[in-house]
Design a protein around this ligand. Structure first.
Ligand SMILES: Cc1ncc(C[n+]2csc(CCOP(=O)(O)OP(=O)(O)O)c2C)c(N)n1
Ligand code: SF4
Ligand SMILES: [Mg+2]
Length: 351
């Protein structure tokens, strides 16, 4: 496997975050993806978000499936935990890890093939269970790694590089996530760092299942006229529902927002989301309206980006299951093995 380590030298004047780390401390190995691949821009946005949030790298677990997108955790947060799993199986691996240790920040990275085709069932169940995570799909409408077959998110009527027309209806993962009960649902574009970085920061701060669909053009197989996942198509048809500005509780609240155009949402951990509302009556706390709006804009040929839905009061799987607060890997033998009497009582309760 190709693995290119980056040189460790960096300019002594590089900006540092509150932990004293530079941007470089959040990078990984040199990317081996095609030059210009949208996935590399998402990697850059994740690095920026973690740097700005001053996250301790050892508190992050990056888990992915298989695909060009699923390779990207190698290219960011080189000092974090990582597990490159099996095609479509990221959600179950992440759910298991999260059940064993709730103290880590879970970043699930997947592709449209990984999540909307082979892993569709896993995608659905981890969202409806409310696993506390940031689930990112790097969505290019194709199976990039296996040479550009249509994925399930490719729009009906879109053309492949070789001229084939997709005759299947498409899956909209954002609509699915809303329907399945995800408590934070957003969509962005790999080429729009201004929008994507605050969305990722807000998703990390959110407690519950946060789903972020990022349209990410594949320059090798899906960036030509006729593709609805190309740079040009998305730039021309992008309709941003809001402009998101994320502030962690430590940062001072800035006031450069025109009155009447700002929507403030306080999240579970006290962090604040400020939304620059472009659509006058768009409310990101209304799941039903979000679904309706999404479908209306889709019918008009537009790609809605921004924070579509957030439930600031959401809980997560551990709350729903009432699990112990201590991570399982730190429990001692006495707690893990309560002895024959407890087992006998438990068995008796089921007779
Ligand atoms: C069980 C299994 N089936 C099929 C494959 C072949 N395969 C590898 S990656 C991939 C699709 C990847 O597409 P996507 O998730 O959209 O990632 P992209 O490369 O586009 O980023 C497929 C079908 C595999 N590795 N494992
Ligand atoms: S094949 Fe497409 S998705 Fe894969 S690295 Fe190249 S541009 Fe990116
Ligand atoms: Mg893909």
């Amino acid at each position: 496997m190709t693995y290119l380590a980056k040189p460790k030298f960096h300019h002594p004047g590089l900006p540092k975050n509150t932990l004293g780390y530079t941007h470089r401390d959040y990078e990984g190995a040199v990317s081996t993806l095609c030059a210009g691949c949208g996935h590399d821009s998402i990697t850059g946005a994740i690095i920026q978000a973690c740097f700005e949030l001053s996250i301790e790298p050892h508190r992050v677990a990056k888990i992915s499936g298989i695909g060009c997108s699923s390779k990207t955790p190698t290219y960011f947060l080189g000092n974090s935990h990582g597990f490159n799993s099996v095609h479509g199986r990221m959600p179950s691996v992440l759910t298991g890890a999260n059940l064993a240790n709730r103290d880590l920040i879970y970043l699930g990275v997947s592709g449209d093939g990984d999540s909307a085709s082979i892993g569709f069932g896993q995608f659905a169940h981890c969202l409806r269970r409310g696993v506390n995570m940031v689930y990112i799909v790097e969505n290019n409408g194709v199976y990039g790694l296996t040479k550009g077959q249509f994925s399930a998110t490719a729009d009906r009527g879109s053309k492949s590089k070789r001229g084939f027309v997709n005759t299947d209806n498409s899956v909209d993962l954002v609509a699915m996530a809303l329907q399945l009960g995800a408590s934070f649902v957003a969509r962005s574009f790999s080429g729009d760092k201004q929008q994507l970085v605050p969305i990722i920061k807000a998703a990390i701060a959110h407690k519950g299942a946060a789903f972020v669909d990022v349209i990410s053009p594949c320059v090798a197989f899906n960036n030509h006229a006729g593709s609805t996942k190309s740079f040009d198509f998305v730039r021309e048809h992008n309709e941003a529902v809001n402009r998101l500005d994320f502030m962690s509780p430590r940062a001072p609240v800035t006031v450069d927002y025109a009155p009447g155009t700002v929507e403030t949402v306080v999240q579970h951990d006290g962090s604040i989301l400020r939304l620059h509302k472009l659509a006058v009556d768009y409310d990101p706390r209304d799941r039903i309206s979000a679904l309706t709006y999404l479908q209306q804009r889709h019918a008009a040929g537009e790609v809605v980006t921004g924070l579509l839905f957030v439930d600031p009061e959401s809980g997560d799987m551990h709350e729903f299951l009432d699990t112990v607060e201590t991570p399982l890997n730190t429990l001692g033998e006495a707690e893990l093995c309560p002895g024959p009497d407890a087992l006998a009582r438990y068995n008796a309760a089921h007779r």
